[in-house]
Design a protein around this ligand. Structure first.
Ligand code: ADP
Length: 461
């Protein structure tokens, strides 16, 4: 079995994977199983010519810092001020600057130069996400002929939107340097396929497969999942403070709605808060018997487009609390601090509704985590945006249009009053899907498609 080489913008801390998300755990397990390399940015800003190399058993961790200029132009600039909004269909928020694109190319070229030194001829290379689209192209320029796969964790936009980017042709040319391009949903696969058919010389040879020059490129859907078992178990061990909170709400007969997101404009937070406010206005009988806990720490605070979100949300939450709250009732609690995963899992379990309404999302793992955390005997109900990748599979949730505040308000109320039998029926179907399509299944499917699991180990099957 060939070694696995993973390149991602951030390198996981391979000595502490229990503390990171399910995905990092699954990837770290796979690279440990086969031996190999994990390559990427160490999260620091500084000037270093050579990467830091750390050998942990059979895995080489190769990490390097970004210079101030690269951090500004590659990371904050092209990755997060151009590609992130563009791929989330937000042309209005894109900040194009030639220096950003130059930085993006420069860092990917530099990454390729460093990574190439650690490659062996029969390695299987798996590159992750929008930061590193050009990496295979630059590796190929250096003569690397290994099998290379790419997985895009965020949505892929329709041609009409992609074409608004001055660099769309280069971006897709870079994608065509991979042997396999993995996307989250049927919609994403359809969008890339249409672009390839309409705008490139790539010739479709059969479904999901294109001939490009001498090479074939596959485009396939691999919906990402969570580490179901770990999350389910975590949810059952409520820390003391959560247990007390649950007890208090039980005594008061209160139901809790929960939202958990990075504070990002793609998450539909203002619309979500408005929908909650509208529901309170339309259902005065809910006074004091419902509360909304929104956990949303600010990330990427250095990107201009994020600057106003926090203020907007604080104003909205303040106005709802001012209008509906009482001395003994706070309708919305809005928390900016990140919450440890164990606590998050038990908060999900203690909440009657998971309110997940992104305007556009690659998959949305919170939706899956909420389902995994529920008590199957008396589960809470998921209200889910139709524009989250997860909605393609999770049709038993109450699926809503996140732009339609009235519909969200109605569905939120429906979720709060849904009889237990119906909740159980819907939850059982959702749980089965979340369990079956977990992080390990996603990883195995991708690596199999990359044609590299001929003699796969038993515990990855
Ligand atoms: P994105 O990748 O856009 O942030 P996802 O929903 O796919 O969105 O994944 C987010 C991951 O980060 C989930 O595993 C979720 O539990 C975690 N997460 C999100 N918000 C918080 C938070 N406020 N505190 C702790 N973990 C969070």
């Amino acid at each position: 079995m060939s070694r696995l080489v993973i390149a991602s913008n951030r390198v996981a801390d391979l000595r502490q994977t229990t503390q990171t998300g399910g995905l990092a755990v699954a990837l770290a397990d796979a690279v440990r199983e086969r031996g190999g390399v994990w390559f990427g940015w160490d999260g620091e800003i500084g000037e270093v010519d050579e990467p830091e190399v750390d050998q942990i058993d059979n895995v080489t961790r190769v990490a390097l810092p970004l210079s101030e200029d690269d951090y500004t132009n590659y990371y904050l600039g092209y990755a997060n001020s151009v590609l992130w909004p563009l791929f989330h269909y937000r042309l209005d928020l894109i900040d194009y600057r030639p220096a950003f694109f130059e930085g993006y190319r420069r860092v990917n070229r530099m990454f390729a130069r460093h990574l190439a030194q650690f490659l062996k001829p029969d390695d299987c290379i798996w590159i992750h996400d929008y930061h590193l689209i050009p990496l295979a192209g630059y590796l190929r320029e250096l003569g690397c002929r290994q099998r290379m796969g790419f997985f895009l964790h965020i949505p892929f936009p329709p041609s009409d939107l992609l074409e608004a980017s001055p660099n769309h042709a280069e971006l897709v040319d870079w994608l065509l340097q991979y042997d396999l391009v993995g996307l989250q949903t049927h919609t994403d696969v359809g969008n890339l396929t249409r672009y390839l058919e309409d705008h490139t010389p790539a010739v479709p040879v059969r479904e999901g497969r294109f001939l490009f020059g001498e090479r074939t490129v596959s485009v396939e859907r691999f919906p990402i999942g969570i580490d179901f078992e770990i999350f389910e178990q975590m949810a059952q061990r409520a820390p003391d403070d959560v247990a007390v909170d649950v007890l208090r709400r039980k005594v008061l007969g209160q139901k809790q709605i929960i939202g958990v997101d990075r504070l990002d404009y793609s998450k539909g937070l203002p619309e979500r808060l408005r929908a909650y406010g509208r529901m309170l206005a339309q259902h005065p009988e809910l006074e004091k018997s419902v509360s909304f806990l929104q956990i949303a720490p600010l990330t990427r605070g250095d990107v201009d487009a994020y600057a106003n979100i926090r203020l907007e949300l604080e104003a909205l939450a303040g106005s709802i609390n001012g209008q509906f709250g009482d001395f003994n009732w706070t309708p919305i609690r809005h928390i900016h601090r990140p919450v440890p995963r164990e606590k998050l899992a038990s908060l999900f379990r203690a909440s009657h509704v998971g309110f997940v309404t992104p305007l556009r999302d690659g998959m949305n793992l919170v939706a899956k985590e909420y389902v995994a955390a529920q008590d199957p005997a008396d589960p809470g109900m998921l209200v889910l945006s139709q524009f989250a990748g997860a909605a393609e599979e999770m049709v038993e949730a109450l699926v809503v249009n996140p732009y339609d505040v009235d519909e969200m308000s109605r569905r939120l109320h429906q979720a709060l009053v849904m009889p237990r039998d119906e909740r159980r029926r819907r939850h059982e179907a959702l749980m089965e899907k979340v369990m079956r399509h977990d992080a390990k299944a996603w990883l195995t499917a991708f690596l199999e498609a990359l044609g590299d699991l001929a003699d796969k180990p038993a515990d990855l099957s």
